[in-house]
Structures are given as structure tokens and as C-alpha cells.
Design a protein around this ligand. Structure first.
Ligand code: FES
Ligand code: FES
Length: 152
């Protein structure tokens, strides 16, 4: 075990863990931030998507030892009151069905719009390609991203 200082949602946390422990385990088991979901565990479904320095990454395959002093943001830290433009658009378009994939979807969409505030359909498809929704909410996701883009 080793001691790591990681900054999550603006707060510095000390965690005692094996260096190869995936960030997802640290978030859910050590920090009790259960908004980030476990799906496949092999970087294929996007359920575990969080931001590192604003970029969407898969927390299930990211060892805690490589995070260093980079800022981690989870769905709990995306906005103070759930009022990020992407979250508001998700409500407006009633996007979630079962909801399981949606934290990851929102984190990918928020990262996309922070880097490309007016994406084309093809750019949205490319950015969201790694986020799987077994309920098939893709059309509503696409509409919500376009609505959020108008507010960014
Ligand atoms: S749980 Fe990480 S990508 Fe599926
Ligand atoms: S809303 Fe059910 S998996 Fe996406």
C-alpha cells in the first residue's frame, strides 16, 4: 500500500491504496462518490467516465498512481446545484431511461462542449462513441447536447 494525495471535485483527499488500484475503486469505495458507475471494467462502455483536467477519461482502467496533482472531477462535482448546461438539457429532454449510463454520458458530453462548444452531429457521434447505453437513449442524448451547446 502507498499513500496518495488526489484532488477530487476541488478537495484534496489522502488515500491508502495499491498503486495499480483503478481510480473508479478509489472514488466509489474510498471516497463514497458512487455517482460514477462500474460497467465493463475494461474501458469499453463509458459508465465510469470522469474528467481529469477537463478531459473525459475512463476511471475503471486508470491507476491511482498516475493521477498525481491533476484535478479529478466526477458527476458530483460537475456543478454545485446540478445546473451545468448539460445537466439542464438532460432534464429538458428527459434523457435517462434506467439512468445507469447517464453520469458517464453527461461527463463525456460536458468535456466535448468545453473543448468544442458548437459540435456537428459527426463530432458529437465521435465524442460519444465510447459511451454505451443499453436503453438506447442516443437520440435524446444528441438533442440534449445540441441544446446545451446553445448555452455554452
Ligand atoms: S466501466 Fe469503465 S468503461 Fe466500462
Ligand atoms: S439509460 Fe439505461 S443504460 Fe443508458
Amino acid at each position: 500500500m502507498a499513500l496518495f494525495n488526489i484532488k477530487v471535485n476541488g478537495t484534496l483527499h489522502k488515500v491508502d491504496a495499491e498503486p495499480d488500484t483503478p481510480l473508479l475503486w478509489i472514488l466509489r469505495d474510498n471516497l463514497d462518490l458512487t455517482g460514477t458507475k462500474f460497467g465493463c471494467g475494461v474501458a469499453q462502455c463509458g459508465a465510469c467516465t470522469v474528467h481529469i483536467e477537463g478531459n473525459a477519461v475512463r476511471a475503471c482502467t486508470l491507476p491511482v498512481s498516475i493521477i498525481g496533482d491533476k484535478e479529478v472531477t466526477t458527476i458530483e462535482g460537475l456543478s454545485k446545484n446540478g445546473d451545468h448546461p448539460v445537466q439542464k438539457a438532460w432534464i429538458e429532454h428527459d434523457v435517462p431511461q434506467c439512468g445507469y449510463c447517464q453520469a458517464g454520458q453527461i461527463m463525456s458530453a460536458a468535456s466535448l462542449l468545453s473543448q468544442n462548444p458548437d459540435p456537428t452531429d459527426a463530432e458529437i457521434r465521435r465524442a460519444m462513441n465510447g459511451n454505451i447505453c443499453r436503453c438506447g437513449t442516443y437520440i435524446r442524448i444528441n438533442r440534449a447536447i445540441k441544446t446545451a451547446a446553445k448555452e455554452m
